[in-house]
Design a protein around this ligand. Sequence first.
Ligand code: UT7
Length: 330
Amino acid sequence: MSTPLRAAITAVGGYVPETKLTNFDLEKMVDTNDEWIRSRTGISERRILREPGKASSDMAVKAIEEILRKKNLDPLEIDCIICATVTPDMVFPATANIIGNKIGAKNAFGFDLGAACSGFLFALTTGSNFIESGRYKKIIVVGVDKMSSIIDYTDRATCIIFGDGAGAVLLEPNMEGLGYQDSILKSDGSGCEFLHIKAGGSLKPASIETVMAKEHYAFQDGQPVFKFAVKGMADVSAELLEKHNLTGDDIAWLVPHQANLRIIDATANRMGLPIEKVMINIQKYGNTTAATIPLCLWEWESRLNKGDNIVLAAFGGGFTWGAAWLKWAY
Ligand code: UT7
């Protein structure tokens, strides 16, 4: 029997802005403190894109340019760009198109995918299916969010959590059985009430009233989201292992969405994984929404080995959640 065509990540790129927003900075802005933030979330600082005129596409371009350099890849060879984001440069056109223009990917089609913190996972699955169809050879999947553009820095419930960043991967066909193996993805729109932006969409277009009411900022009712996230991310990761008769011993790395260290701990426990096998960088980047998972892969890239079993797991707005199993290809 011949080995099936799979989609493998063959390069990773990342970018975080230089400006750091520390817990101590936030202490001066809202009624909070470093000890509370660290013990409740695991976050010490996050990066903020401060330069005027810079948007999500600019961070995505930096991450993708690293891939182009590493692989000596001509942008004209890229077939498709999938951009996972909740902070597009504009409502339309898709940020993927803006990125494609900036990097000179003249032969690529592109679109944005909105699944909040699960965006990268959903986009990776989508891109992998395109590759597995046999029709496409080179797909860029980028997770990027400029969360600082939708955060109210007087709201302590949200401003302590989020940061800005971008992470990208190149997907190519693999004939050795390596790469993307399977995923379980889930959505439940009843979660909308707990995590959303009230205005700026077709339901409530922007008006002076919506601006005055601060309805263009992210709203989060943290506790219910936390409860759903702990259960959702742990359950789906365990389900994926069981489906493939895998145990924690078979897994080299868990790459969890970085929303809260307590949610990450619960998922690792449920999978029977020691914390040494879990990628964690929430302390320095906070929650960068669609960028957390590729930013972890970017940071750990040199420690990954060909054949490693890796599980990516996410939970976020929607609600959306899921887990994917990869065999690292290089
Ligand atoms: O990535 C997308 C998905 N999002 C998530 O997964 C986030 C899930 N939720 C969370 O991570 C947590 O719910 C938060 C980190 C947002 C909040 O942590 P929590 O342990 O759920 O805190 P809480 O909202 O239950 O608040 C506990 C206490 C309250 O005070 P009282 O009522 O006990 O006196 C809050 O008023 O902490 C207070 N509090 C704060 N204190 C200092 C809430 N926010 C803060 C703050 N600084 N920033």
